[in-house]
Design a protein around this ligand. Structure first.
Ligand SMILES: Nc1ncnc2c1ncn2[C@@H]1O[C@H](COP(=O)(O)OP(=O)(O)O)[C@@H](O)[C@H]1O
Ligand SMILES: [Mg+2]
Length: 281
């Protein structure tokens, strides 16, 4: 029997992790057995309380660190440290996969914002005119014209985050990994960044975001993965289903249950974990 169009249903898997474990310095457990497949063009988010391994997971995807146990493949190739000794592989991977750190200071080190943004593409050998064209586009999209000649360390956290995002987007990576990209940002800046990410996804990019900000989850996720206290995925599903699962969110410390006294009655309300706690959750 011929099954017509069966190829249409084939998934194009970019990352596949099987039972991935990681601990820092061999003694601080950070991932306790993560299994996940991420398809090309998906937008997914990773949510979970502090210390559940979100940042570690994203750094494993970006091959900043490598699994102690289990396997990580990228486009059917097993990632390991040795592979990155191969300059061509490494350059190719870095061009395809862009990473935006939770702390933008890690990413910004040039004397001016403009130099920081064009640093990556210059390193990767992009043509000057192409860099200028992309720079102009990003300046517009992020509203950062006035920052270009300033030293990055003087900027506010939101401005730094925008610059860090620009310095990654300018490479036009196929896959974007963002670690809490809206932490500490005002609503308008958050809006700009979310719009930009949605547009990048419409353009075909795979977007992988960790966040504490449950308000943005629906827009940035086809699928949501919840990291639990065991530092592994405890649940995955559609954003709507996960966000409506109050028991799941409460168990995993993503909403607070507050009790309020109204007149004589005590009411218990779940509260979203709002993104106003600043940095470094
Ligand atoms: N550089 C590090 N050295 C030692 N332990 C670390 C380091 N970074 C993270 N950890 C530990 O690993 C666990 C997972 O951390 P992390 O991945 O940063 O979680 P999240 O991003 O969800 O807050 C935590 O228990 C944390 O204390
Ligand atoms: Mg983190």
């Amino acid at each position: 029997m011929v099954i017509y169009g069966s190829n249409d249903h084939m998934e194009n898997i970019i990352f596949e992790l099987k039972d991935v474990h990681f601990s820092y310095l061999g003694k601080f457990p950070a991932l306790g057995g993560v299994d996940i497949k991420i398809n090309q063009g998906q937008k997914i988010s990773v949510i979970g309380a502090n210390g559940t391994g979100k940042s570690t997971f994203l750094q494993i995807l970006d091959a900043i660190i490598f699994a102690d146990q289990g396997s990580v493949s990228f486009c059917n190739e097993q990632l390991n440290e040795k592979l990155f000794d191969n300059e061509e592989f490494s350059r190719n991977f870095r061009r395809k996969v862009g990473f935006i750190f939770q702390n933008p200071d890690v990413q910004l080190f040039c004397p001016t914002v403009k130099e920081d943004i064009v640093f990556g593409p210059l390193q990767l050998g992009f043509a000057k005119e192409q860099i200028q064209k992309r720079l102009d586009k990003l300046i517009d999209a992020l509203g950062i014209q006035d920052l270009l000649n300033r030293p990055p360390y003087q900027l506010s956290i939101g401005e730094k985050r925008k610059v860090a995002i620009a310095s990654t987007l300018i490479i036009e990576p196929e896959i974007l990994i963002l670690d809490e990209p809206t932490a500490g940002l005002d609503p308008l800046t958050t809006r700009h960044i979310i719009d930009l990410l949605i547009q990048e996804n419409i353009n075909g990019r795979t977007i992988i975001t960790s966040t504490h900000d449950l308000h943005i989850v629906e827009e940035i996720s086809d699928l949501v993965y919840v990291f639990g206290h065991q530092r592994k995925i405890v649940k995955s599903g559609l954003a709507g289903d996960i966000l409506n699962d109050t028991a799941l969110l409460t168990e995993n410390n993503l909403v607070h249950i507050h009790s309020h006294k109204h007149k004589d009655k005590t009411h218990i309300h779940p509260h979203l974990h709002l993104d106003h706690h600043g940095e470094n959750h």
